[in-house]
Design a protein around this ligand. Structure first.
Ligand code: ATP
Ligand code: MG
Length: 772
């Protein structure tokens, strides 16, 4: 066992040590945010390796995001070195993909299956709903997708659903059909959706005990972080893996103990009920795993006491929870700063100004994060950040891999790797435009169906379909290109790999040239994105010299939202509250703390909705180490119009003396002299009487202006000569003096002291300024 003097135990408190050293069948660590749960998990793994109690290959550690997995791997590596490499540290999804790739052939799938992300699933559902005319019964892609996902997370398949369905209800009959079509299409495309990955692995283990036994014997230690957010399917998977392996012939030495299970979690941070996460998994752990040891951690090592007191006070409003209070030995720290803007735009300006303030005091951009409840809130923030020359990154958001041009390129690769994938085939059929219209597509599809072949194979019979000569040639060319690419992918002539395959597809198909030749200004950016994808494949191949196309596709399809985060990049991170889970930052801005956003208006009708939203708020607060900023706006452009916003009910739950409400120095003067009266209402403790001052002139900027600000097209001050000492006029901030100009070209930044609006940094290229 681990020596009690091991450096692994330094920097751990007695409860944490106990958790690291405990040996037994099951261990549950429950504790509030920032109490070192993840740290204990990491040290426990390192301890098992260091003491040689387990081989790296005998450990399976499950984290919530790939980002968390790679962080954990790094941390274990820093504790024990190379031994960390052979371990499975992954998300539920990627662990299941690995298992399924190995075992798929056992149950009628081939191992080159594709993985449908939510966009792919939606595209498929859209087609099915249209074909079935299900919209008449009120089905939308969103409702069908979420219902199917819920069922799969409950391990229900079409047959089990159909058994319980009420066939007098036309909606249930229709849903059964949609679900059935969807499942059929997936399996004939040799594809799994995200939820399948877990459910199918569970089915596999249940149907083939000898396959399950292999993994039950292999993994001796299973560790799960963020256990409060596991859903039923994930729970079932853990149950399967921790059963005693069933032996076919019971020999003398054949009895193998079940794997030892360690889970850590915090029921106050359960924020995925909408995806089927079940808090009961943690509450009932002791019943499910008899003899489990439970360790409670109490001390918080992340945040200041002021931040923790706010968190404690908010979460204590939830019923049905064990009372626990977060505390730290590190002192009160600064007060929480609150701010109310007139508009989302004002709020964003406050955030930008405070970020500059933190920066001036020496904080790095990558130590700062801005959270919001919905993605649409980033619009105002991005605009102001660009104008203020603050480097930022939207974690999640419109992810790179969700862009149309990237999906097109990936579809080419998928069509090569898995010819049965009709969705990918159809996507590239006329992309770029090659004269193959919807009528031809239908002809091909019917031919495929009539002859029991895949859509891909039907392309080989283009000459027999009675199509025009031009169309026939286009189809032949495409078919031949795919054949060549697949030979290249399989045989790797001259050591060529994924980049070469993609290069061949993009150039011979004419896709890249079409983008480059286009007059649509956006296509230039699209071409750059496609080139970026080529760069991604090159980097992939450098890091994985043996990796083949399929490996690359697997890796890409598992990239989760939080993975875009790059600590070294030196930019502020923007993300939703859901994405923020498990992370920590020196300074956190929690924006849009308003009714209808937080709690979100969709949660109002859900049972337990407001309580779950409160946990989300709690998660947000507890990400902050030193500084916390809470902000809101009095009016907000949302859902296509401007509405009056009210302060979130959760704000009242924070003791007033923990928050210091601020007003930005420039606001009163630059905004026409109106004092924001609502500030007083706030100081009164949000007693209902919250009013928006009349006659506010500010309306949200039209969308085009924002878009132009982002691309820098509307205003281009590149040629504006500016130097320290110059006087300028800014449309929002009024007159001011330039203090300094730094940077070059499109990145020139002016530091300006405004007469009324304080000191700002402006990206000269796009700032609405003139010299006076
Ligand atoms: P969350 O619930 O948000 O996931 P957590 O319980 O997993 O939080 P960790 O992320 O493991 O908490 O730890 C929070 C911070 O406290 C980390 O920066 C960690 O390094 C630090 N920490 C944990 N335990 C100790 C300790 N005994 N001494 C010093 N720092 C510690
Ligand atoms: Mg954690």
């Amino acid at each position: 066992t681990v020596e009690t003097s091991s450096p692994l135990l330094d920097g751990l408190n007695p409860q944490q040590r106990e958790a690291v050293l405990y040996r037994g069948p099951a261990l549950l660590i429950v504790a509030g945010a920032g109490s070192g749960k993840t740290r204990v998990l990491t040290h426990r793994i390192a301890g098992l390796l260091e003491s040689r109690e387990a081989w790296p290959s005998q450990i399976l550690a499950i984290t919530f995001t790939n980002k968390a997995a790679s962080e954990m791997r790094d941390r274990v590596r820093s504790l024990v070195g190379q031994a960390a490499d052979g371990m499975w540290i992954s998300t539920f999804h990627s662990a299941c993909v690995r298992i399924l790739r190995r075992e798929a052939e056992q149950f009628g799938y081939s191992k080159n299956f594709t993985i449908y992300d939510s966009g792919d699933s939606r595209a498929l559902l859209k087609r099915i709903i249209k074909e079935r005319e299900a919209d008449v019964l009120g089905f939308t892609v969103a409702t069908a997708a979420s219902k199917i996902s819920k069922l799969k997370n409950e391990l229900a398949d079409v047959e089990s659903y159909a058994r319980g369905a009420n066939f007098n209800d036309p909606a249930e009959v229709m849903f059964t059909q949609i679900f059935r079509d969807y499942s059929r299409e997936l399996s004939s495309a040799n594809a799994f959706d995200f939820d399948d990955l877990i459910a199918q692995t569970v089915y596999l283990f249940r149907a083939f005990p000898h396959v399950a036994a292999e993994y039950q014997k292999r993994f001796r230690h299973i560790l799960v972080d963020e256990y409060q957010d596991t859903n039923h399917a994930q729970y079932a998977l853990i149950r399967e893996l921790t059963k005693a392996p069933e032996e076919v012939d019971v020999g003398l030495f054949s009895s193998v103990e079940p794997a030892s299970l360690t889970v850590v979690g915090d029921s106050d941070q359960s924020i995925y009920a909408f995806r089927g996460a079940d808090i009961r998994n943690i509450v009932e752990f002791e019943r499910d795993f008899p003899g489990a040891r439970v360790v409670l951690l109490e001390q918080n090592y992340r945040s200041t006491q002021n931040i923790l007191s706010a968190a404690n006070s908010v979460i204590s409003n939830n019923f049905d929870r064990k009372d626990k209070k977060l505390w730290t030995a590190d002192g009160d720290g600064d007060k929480i700063v609150g701010y109310t803007g007139y508009t989302g735009h004002d709020e964003a300006q406050f955030v930008a100004d405070e970020i500059q303030g933190l920066r001036d005091k020496g904080m790095a951009y990558h130590d700062i994060a801005v959270f919001y409840r919905t993605n649409s809130q980033t619009r105002a923030l991005e605009e102001i950040f660009i104008r203020s020359a603050i480097p930022y990154k939207v974690v999640g958001g419109t992810k790179f891999y969700e862009r149309a041009e990237i999906k097109d390129s990936m579809a080419y690769l998928i069509a090569v790797a898995n010819p049965a994938d009709t969705l990918a085939m159809r996507r590239i059929l006329n992309t770029p435009k090659r004269g193959i219209g919807p009528a031809t597509e239908t002809t091909i599809a019917s031919f495929a169906e009539a002859n029991g072949m895949t859509f891909r194979d039907a392309l080989r019979y283009a000459g027999e379909l009675g199509l025009g000569p031009k169309v026939t040639r286009s189809i032949d060319d495409l078919s031949q290109l795919l054949d060549e690419a697949s030979v290249m992918a399989d045989t790797r002539p001259d050591g060529s790999g994924v980049p070469e395959v993609l290069g061949l597809l993009l150039s011979r198909s004419g896709y890249l040239d079409a983008l480059r030749a286009s007059r649509d200004p956006q296509d230039e950016a699209r071409a750059e994105n496609v080139e970026e994808l080529l760069a991604v494949t090159k980097e992939y191949q450098r890091n994985n010299p043996e990796g083949v196309l399929l490996d690359f596709l697997t890796e890409v399809s598992l990239v989760a939202a939080a993975d875009d985060l790059d600590d070294s990049s030196g930019s502020v991170s923007l993300m939703t509250l859901h994405t923020a889970k498990g992370l920590e930052f020196e300074a956190v801005f929690l924006t849009g703390v308003e009714e209808d956003l937080l709690p979100h208006r969709m949660s109002a009708g859900e049972p337990g909705g407001p309580a779950e939203e409160r946990r989300l708020f709690y998660v947000g607060i507890t990400r902050a180490r030193k500084r916390l900023f809470l902000s809101l706006a009095m009016t907000r452009a949302q859902y296509g119009d401007v509405s009056v916003a009210l302060p979130s009910r959760y704000l009242q739950e924070i003791p007033a003396d923990l928050i210091e409400w601020k007003q930005s120095p420039g606001m009163a003067t630059s905004r026409g002299g109106t004092q924001p009266r609502a500030l007083n209402a706030r100081r009164d403790g949000y007693g209902g009487s919250y009013s928006v001052p009349g006659g506010r002139p500010t309306t949200p900027k039209p969308k085009t202006e924002w878009a132009n600000a982002v691309t820098g097209q509307m205003r281009d001050n590149s040629a504006l000569e500016l130097a320290a000492g110059d006087r300028i006029k800014h449309t929002d901030f009024g007159d001011g003096s330039v203090m300094a100009v730094t940077g070059e070209g499109a990145r020139r930044i002016a530091e300006v002291q405004f007469d009324g609006a304080g000191r700002k940094r402006l990206l000269i290229k796009v700032a609405p300024i003139e010299k006076i």
